[in-house]
Design a protein around this ligand. Structure first.
Ligand code: AMP
Length: 283
């Protein structure tokens, strides 16, 4: 597997692959890879001749008060996981390589970015869209893989690709969980033993809500009430949001009469965790 730190290096290699008629799959990540990321890489390896994984902790998607500095990093372990899973290149640029010191162009989306994480992290998706746009231009993949774990991000990227006529397919992949239900996340590493137990309240609420909807409940507010009660019963948990929106326009809705996304963001101590389920359509 190739470890590449430069944009020119990626472009040169991808050009060679394409000249040989090979298809390219791409998995963008912030690193500290786990089985959630690995499921995306596996899928990309199955569906493409060559696979590029990027590991880049993108500073412009973090607000000043957020965890940019503390975000966990382990490039050696990431390289091992990528290589074992069959990736062909790991792209790991420095911040300067991506943004230099004169960067002034951003991709700013309305609508799909307004609710859920867009409300509590108002500059987040501008940073995500900008970096993903840059990465797509650098890697020029045929297909790119995103997890339903970040469901709003998946909807935002799909919309960006459609709105800006980008020439690739976005593939959504299911949420990978720990055995006890907690959605795998690089941020789980912040949790103390006591918080790790308390964090189970997210998946508990998600499974309870999902069950209600699968049993035919049509009143979204009732579903959100039950989920909120479950989370509020945990003293270490503080709700950021518990919401239902249309999938995949991310407009708030109250009745379940089409595809919906139920998404939650909850602080466990200082750590903000997210989880969700989609009903009525594949993610
Ligand atoms: P991140 O490194 O957190 O930016 O995530 C990179 C990609 O991996 C995103 O498309 C995430 O949605 C996806 N991902 C992260 N955690 C999981 C998970 N538990 N299951 C499935 N996909 C995931």
């Amino acid at each position: 597997m190739i470890l590449e730190k430069t944009i020119d290096g990626v472009k040169k290699q991808v050009k060679e692959w394409k000249a040989q008629g090979l298809s390219v799959g791409f998995v963008p990540t912030m690193g500290f890879l786990h089985e959630g990321h690995q499921s995306l890489i596996k899928r990309a390896v199955e569906e493409n001749d060559k696979v590029v994984v990027s590991v880049f902790v993108n500073p412009i998607q973090f607000a000043p008060s957020e965890d940019l500095e503390a975000y966990p990093r382990d490039l050696d372990a990431d390289m091992k996981l990528c290589e074992e899973t069959g990736a062909d290149m790991l792209f790991n640029p420095e911040v300067f390589e991506m943004y230099g010191d004169t960067f002034t162009t951003f991709v700013d989306m309305t609508g799909v970015t307004q609710e859920l994480c867009g409300k509590s992290r108002p500059t987040h998706f501008k940073g995500v869209c900008t970096v993903v746009n840059k990465l797509f231009n650098i890697v020029t993949p045929d297909k790119a893989y995103f997890g339903q774990k970040d469901a709003q991000q998946l909807a935002v990227i799909r919309r960006m690709v459609r709105d800006l006529n980008m020439n690739l397919k976005i593939v959504g992949c299911p949420i990978i969980r720990e055995q006890d239900g907690l959605a795998k996340s690089s941020r789980n590493t912040y949790l103390s033993a006591e918080e790790r137990k308390a964090a189970l309240v997210l998946s508990k609420a998600i499974f309870a809500g999902q069950q209600m909807v699968q049993n035919g409940e049509k009143d979204g507010d009732k579903v959100l009430r039950i989920m909120t009660d479950i989370i509020e019963a945990e003293p270490l948990a503080r709700i950021d949001y518990v919401e239902m929106v249309k999938w995949d326009t991310i407009e708030v809705c109250h009745e379940i009469n089409g595809p919906i996304l139920v998404a939650i963001a909850v602080y466990i101590g200082k750590t903000r965790l997210i989880d969700n389920f989609i009903y009525g359509m594949e993610g």
